[in-house]
Design a protein around this ligand. Structure first.
Ligand SMILES: [Zn+2]
Ligand SMILES: [Zn+2]
Length: 248
């Protein structure tokens, strides 16, 4: 059963149709024509087994006439040809609890195949497949979202808007934030199934380098580059010092 990302996160009710082997309603699963009942097998006297004498030994074997059931049907039920079961299409409503993930198995009690004779029906298991979301990646109950920011937002610090399950939220980016820095928004992830606990949302900011610049932007960045060379950052200084050590 495929559900959307939102249905998996918030829960939903889905209509499905299952084809299953159900108990025949016409004969209530006995296989005998309406108004009649299966009769006791005369060959085995209803025991399902017959005893054969072989010299000094007597052997028991399954009765060939009733195939071990101990009963024979004189007149077969026309609806199920005496099998007691019919194939039926059954519409079902499935409650998807909030927090289901890929491969989650939902159990629908008593909606499986009919039992033999008039025994109870088995359970039906539905395996969930969750569709991807355009910007939330799911890891269990945790969510990861990559948000592009500009170099100047990262360098100067800024307040950005990030998407959460509850809509947009403001996030403060501190001055000097490196690319791929992760910010954890506690409790903004997916509900843990059958509980009120929630996972976290991790926002990963990625510095977006512009492909096109205006003339003015180029001038400003060239000027910035000049000052950066005059006073290199500690990381850049230690890197180029190491290069110097090795290559001379
Ligand atoms: Zn029947
Ligand atoms: Zn028999």
């Amino acid at each position: 059963l495929t559900v959307t990302f939102e249905e998996a996160v918030f829960g939903a009710e889905k209509d499905i149709v299952v084809t299953r082997t159900g108990s025949c309603g016409e004969c209530t699963g006995t296989g005998a024509k309406k108004g009649t009942r299966p009769e006791r097998c005369a060959a085995c006297n209803g025991r399902g087994q017959v005893t054969v004498q072989q010299g000094f030994f007597s052997l028991s074997r399954t009765c060939g006439r009733c195939r071990g059931t101990g009963e024979v049907i004189k007149e077969h039920c026309p609806a199920c040809a005496g099998s007691g079961t019919v194939r039926e299409k059954r519409p079902l409503k499935i409650k998807i609890p909030p927090g289901v993930d890929n491969e989650t198995r939902l159990k629908l009690r008593g909606e499986g195949e009919a039992g033999r004779g008039s025994g109870p029906a088995g359970d039906l298991y539905v395996v969930v497949t969750v569709e991807d979301h355009p910007f939330f990646a799911r890891h269990g109950q945790g969510l990861i979202c990559e948000v592009p920011i500009t170099f100047s937002q990262a360098a100067l610090g800024s307040e950005i808007e990030v998407p959460t399950l509850a809509g947009r939220k403001k996030l403060s980016i501190p001055q000097g934030t490196p690319s791929a820095r992760e910010f954890v928004l506690r409790g903004e992830g997916v509900t843990v199934i059958n509980s009120h606990r929630r996972g976290n949302l991790v926002v990963r900011v990625v510095i977006d380098v512009p492909k096109k610049l205006t003339k003015r932007q180029k001038e400003l960045l060239a000027e910035f580059q000049q000052t950066a060379e005059d006073s290199p950052s500690p990381a850049s200084r230690s890197f180029f010092e190491k290069v110097k050590e090795i290559f001379g």
